[in-house]
Design a protein around this ligand. Structure first.
Ligand code: NAD
Length: 481
């Protein structure tokens, strides 16, 4: 099938100013950390973007103290309506500065500009607007009489949706009257640091939001800090388990949003072209760095060959390359470490006997890249059918009956999301009822909305984010400390 050469359509880099180095944002001000500073790079070019402070245990302690003081003296005493005003202000500032944030996100993360511009930033602003609306209505949220804040919340987020995950964490925490110490992932700290400027611009009282940068050790210092009341974590199941073990027996509460291995299930009566679009959106959106990615395609045996053929034709049109180009569909893999993980897992798939296919595509010589990849002939026992790859790699499995599809879809330690493609509403309802997954999409995939709770079953974690259910993790009806 012919593809067209598009003229380059690069987004301007000049809309954002990147400093040479960044400090920690504690008590409303930037100051240097006492750990070893580290570089953050553009994964599409390997260019160093900036040097970032590492927060030591003592820095984390300062941040927690600032959050505690702000909680006790200001934030928990404000009326819900006043907290809401700050959140509305933050939401509007995010909209005003959306282009700046989108460009910075793409430079630091490697995701295509059209995704950071059209998905990450609009959704991040929407989360602040949505939670601003809840701030003065918490008594009516069905969470029990007079819900009160939990206190100081430690929030640790991953690198795949840096700004969006920040919004998922900070907006509900603040709406409910908590103060936060947030740690962005070490490979993508820059938009969180720009958000610190938004907090200053919004005149948010000092200490309500504190941002500390660093890697696992900094995260661990937050988790272990005795004056943190709750941990909100998004990341790998491995670290989630470690956190659960660390806080066991303490008064700390936790919500954990962990990994996934979602089944995207296509029946023979599905609208095939739409299903192909949904499969592409399911696994190639954000380079497959998506916890709820549809990384296992379960296809009814009778339409397998036709569907694979259509999918291959469609994949040949995917544009891989410069994330700053507005035509790019698939950007850079976030880090050398992640590229090595994806490469290793694909080698495992081949060694186990699955058949690997990628469209012909030229990958840039610098940076971290992986071509869109599908595996056919995958069995349930293959590691590529069981383990999270977190990259642009799809494993295709067949089934014959709805019951078999359910059994195969549920045959995983995870349970974050699933997709169903069929023209029969009754089949959708029956399937959705059987699937052990927190989110089930029907005839669509990877749709997100702040009103809709998101979270996992089984080893995908516990707690919900978004919607009325998401507020539960940030309030107590037992009285605040
Ligand atoms: P990761 O667990 O290694 O890192 C996530 C965050 O935790 C980072 O900020 C990291 O610095 C921090 N961290 C690392 N070790 C820590 C420790 N011992 N104590 C405290 N904090 C620590 O995960 P990753 O590789 O950066 O991210 C990818 C994973 O995240 C995938 O498995 C993916 O499925 C999952 N994820 C889940 C969701 C969700 O909503 N369920 C969303 C995005 C990503």
């Amino acid at each position: 099938m012919p593809t067209f050469d598009y003229a380059p359509a690069p987004e301007s880099r000049s809309v954002v100013t990147i400093a040479n180095s960044y400090g920690l944002f504690i008590n409303g001000e930037f100051n240097d950390g006492h750990g070893t500073p580290f570089d953050t790079i553009n994964p599409a070019t390997e260019e160093v973007l900036a040097q970032v402070s590492e927060a030591s245990t003592a820095d984390v302690d300062r941040a927690v103290k600032a959050a505690r003081t702000a909680y006790e003296t200001v934030w928990s005493r404000l009326s819900g309506a006043d907290r809401g005003k700050y959140l509305f202000r933050i939401a509007r500032l995010l909209q005003e500065r959306a282009r700046e944030f989108a460009v910075l996100e793409t430079l630091d993360n490697g995701k295509p500009i059209k995704e950071s511009r059209d998905v990450d930033l609009p959704l991040a602003a929407a989360h602040f607007f949505y939670h601003a609306g809840w701030a003065d209505k918490l008594e009516y949220a069905g969470l029990g009489p007079a819900p009160r804040p939990v206190g100081v919340v430690g929030q640790i987020i991953p690198w795949n949706f840096p700004m969006l995950m920040l919004a998922w964490k900070v907006a509900p925490a603040l709406a409910c009257g908590n103060t936060v110490v947030l740690k962005p992932a070490e490979t993508t700290p820059l938009t969180a640091l720009l958000f610190a400027e938004i907090c200053q611009q919004a005149d948010l009282p000092p200490g309500v939001v504190n941002i500390v940068t660093g890697a696992g050790a900094t995260g661990q210092a937050i988790v272990e800090h005795p004056d943190v009341d709750k941990i909100a974590f998004t990341g790998s199941t491995e670290v989630g388990k470690l956190i659960a073990r660390t806080i066991a027996g303490t008064r700390k509460r936790a919500t954990l949003e962990l990994g996934g291995k979602a089944a995207n299930i296509v029946f023979d009566d599905a609208a095939m072209d739409q299903a192909v679009e949904g499969i592409v959106r399911g696994i190639f959106f954000n380079q497959g760095h998506v916890c709820c990615a549809g990384s296992r395609l379960l296809v009814q045996e009778s339409v397998h060959d036709d569907l694979v053929h259509r999918l291959q034709r469609r994949l040949a049109t995917i544009r891989v390359g410069d994330p700053m180009d507005k035509n790019t569909d698939l950007g850079a893999i976030n880090s050398a470490t992640q590229l090595a993980r994806v490469t290793d897992m694909v080698a495992v798939g081949e060694a186990e006997g699955a058949h690997r296919w990628s469209p012909v595509c030229e990958l840039p010589s610098r940076g971290f890249w992986f071509a869109p990849t599908i595996f056919t002939g995958v069995s349930q026992a293959h590691r590529v059918a069981q383990e999270e790859i977190f990259g642009p790699v799809l494993s295709i499995i067949t089934f014959r009956t709805p019951a078999e599809a359910v059994a195969k879809a549920n045959n995983t330690p995870y349970g974050l999301s699933a997709g169903i493609w069929t023209e029969k509403g009754s089949k959708i309802l029956w399937m959705a009822d059987q699937l052990r997954a927190g989110v089930v999409w029907a005839n669509t995939f990877n749709q997100f909305d702040p009103t809709s709770p998101f979270g996992g079953f089984k080893e995908s974690g516990y707690g919900r984010e978004g919607g009325r259910h998401g507020l539960e993790g940030y309030v107590t009806t037992g009285g605040a400390r």
